[in-house]
Design a protein. Structure first.
Length: 322
């Protein structure tokens, strides 16, 4: 299933399937993305309609570069899915697909090998092969955005666990008395430090204080309209409430990452996603906060790096699978 690129004019297609869009691109053997496209994903329709959205994006790429040799197609999609069979099982934000054989359908249609994995695993592999993790043997990757997804790459291979369900690092609990996550656990890092959590924390602070805040100005006075992006903008301007929210996020992420260090001791830890970009100026602080929490006396030797691929992590990740 893994097809090595042997000629400069041979490429793979990387596809990122989400609940609202399908993004796809032609990717070189060096991880450079060309001829990108995005099309709406019809997640609430039937299986055929959802598949048609994926087909539309791939067809556009073939049409945009008719002389390009495509060796394989790699797809990252929300789980649960089976990376061995290429079957999308029952992702909550893709209700159109239930036990849908996506890899087989694409392979039959385009007559090339197809590989599928979840988005965080695939992005981790892209970072290990071409991005911030290149040259490191064991890589831990976390995408911190609306939620938190993680991937683990050991010796150039994704660690899937026994059934393919490993590396759900976003659902590691660090506070058994904390708020209950959608997964059912209390105090998961996702419920405490994701973009959704940051926005919720800001709303609570704004509703309990009778002070002006740049966050509220950005939300045009509507607390319910506050987003993590607004918190980030206000933080850059020195807003005190935004500073409190960001500092709390830094603290809980540091504790969580100390657990990752003591459990895995990776060669490098890489953070991607919108929240990670917002916190990039705090990476040194996070690294310094990790050390006192760790049993590992050499935790300070592990780099904490920002991911190479931003919004294109899914496209690069899909391609890396091939």
């Amino acid at each position: 299933m893994i097809v090595p690129a042997t000629k400069e004019d041979e490429f793979v297609i990387g596809v990122d399937v989400g609940g609202t869009k399908v993004a796809a691109g032609i990717v070189t053997a060096a991880g450079e993305i060309r001829n990108q496209t995005r099309t709406p994903m019809i997640a609430n329709g039937d299986a055929a309609t959802g598949f048609a959205a994926v087909k539309s994006a791939i067809d556009w790429l073939f049409a945009s570069a008719p002389k390009t040799t495509i060796r394989a197609i790699g797809v990252c999609a929300p789980g649960p899915l089976d990376p061995n069979t290429g079957v999308v099982i029952n992702p909550p934000n893709l209700p159109c697909w239930r036990n849908f054989p996506l890899a087989a359908e694409l392979a039959d249609l385009y007559s090339v090998p197809v590989k599928i994995d979840n988005d965080a695993n695939a992005a981790a592999l892209a970072e290990a092969q071409w991005g911030a993790g290149r040259g490191y043997r064991n890589v831990f990757y976390a995408s911190i955005g609306t939620g938190i997804g993680t991937g683990i790459v050991f010796d150039g291979r994704i660690y899937h666990g026994r059934t393919g369900a490993a590396a759900e690092g976003g659902h590691v609990s660090i506070d058994y008395r904390g708020p209950r996550c959608k997964c059912g656990k209390p105090g998961c890092i996702e419920i405490l430090a994701s973009g959704t959590a940051i926005a919720e924390s800001a709303r609570k602070r704004l509703s309990s204080k009778d002070t002006r805040s740049a966050i509220l100005d950005l939300a045009q006075g509507n607390i319910e309209a506050v987003t993590s992006e607004m918190v980030g903008q206000a933080y850059e301007s020195g807003d005190p409430i935004a500073k409190q929210v960001v500092q709390n996020t830094v603290e809980v992420l540091s504790l969580w990452l100390s657990n990752i260090v003591d459990l895995l001791e990776p060669d490098v830890m890489i953070l991607g996603g919108g929240v990670a970009a917002m916190l990039s100026s705090s990476f040194d602080e996070i690294r310094n906060r990790i050390q006192p929490y760790c049993v590992n006396s050499r935790s300070g030797e592990i780099p904490l790096l920002q991911a190479r691929y931003g919004a294109d992590a899914g496209i690069a990740g899909g391609a890396a699978l091939c």
